[in-house]
Design a binder for this molecule. Structure first.
Ligand SMILES: Cc1cc2nc3c(=O)[nH]c(=O)nc-3n(C[C@H](O)[C@H](O)[C@H](O)COP(=O)(O)O)c2cc1C
Length: 197
């Protein structure tokens, strides 16, 4: 794993190097992942914090070559199908948004999306520690993916994550090559406030 800061990713304040070093490439090598690799990714996600320890994240994964991989890939939209098919694994991420209330009636778990986001980030940083790259996608047909993964009621699809070994930009379709560079961030002052907005 390289923790060198890619161009344009110099932090303004001291941080552990893995944060600016993580980015979302679109090019993957042909290398495969094993089920054990995927278990390590999911294990990292498992230890994420969640409100009342409800662990509302849900993952449906498939390895390249499996019919379920092709089915998830078939739900992607926009440019995503142009590159995500070369990933070694695709992981659909959902949140379980409803929990049994005290009176037995279902109630909304207000923080399910927040908690599931924490779990995906743990997965992404575990992948980075394993020398892999991840790329989350919100560009998918919601109804199509719900059908493909047999999404239960009361769940929300949040993203599909492509995982694999990073490939060369030249391996991408020509239109995507100029975008295969780490992007930048807004200054902290745009997103963080002392005391109040
Ligand atoms: C929930 C979510 C949805 C995203 N959807 C897409 C997508 O559909 N296609 C894509 O190419 N990138 C997608 N991205 C990647 C973001 O564009 C990327 O994370 C962002 O520009 C920051 O860049 P970095 O991850 O390289 O630091 C998504 C990221 C997240 C977290």
């Amino acid at each position: 794993m390289s923790l060198d800061q890619p161009d344009g990713r110099q932090p303004d304040h001291p941080v552990a190097p893995q944060f600016p070093a993580r980015w979302s490439p679109r090019s993957f090598t042909d290398q495969t992942l094993t089920k054990a690799d995927v278990m390590s990714l999911l294990e990292a996600a498992r230890w994420a914090p969640s409100a009342s320890n409800l662990q509302p994240w849900r993952f449906v994964w498939a390895l390249r070559g499996e019919p379920e991989f092709a089915a998830i890939l078939g739900c992607l939209t926009g440019n995503n199908p142009l590159w995500a098919g070369r990933a070694a694994a695709l992981i659909a991420v959902a949140s379980k948004d409803r929990i049994p209330g005290r009176d037995g009636a279902e109630q909304v778990n207000r923080t399910a999306g927040f908690d599931t986001g924490a779990a995906w980030m743990s997965l992404a940083l575990q992948a980075q520690a394993m020398g892999l790259v991840t790329h989350a996608m919100g560009g998918f047909g919601v109804d199509d993916l719900a059908r493909v993964v047999a999404l239960p009621g009361g769940h929300t699809l949040q993203a599909v994550v492509a995982v694999g070994h990073q490939g060369a930009a030249e391996a991408l379709p020509e239109t995507l090559r100029p975008r295969e560079v780490p992007n930048r961030r807004q200054p902290l002052a745009e997103t963080s406030f002392h005391g109040r907005f």
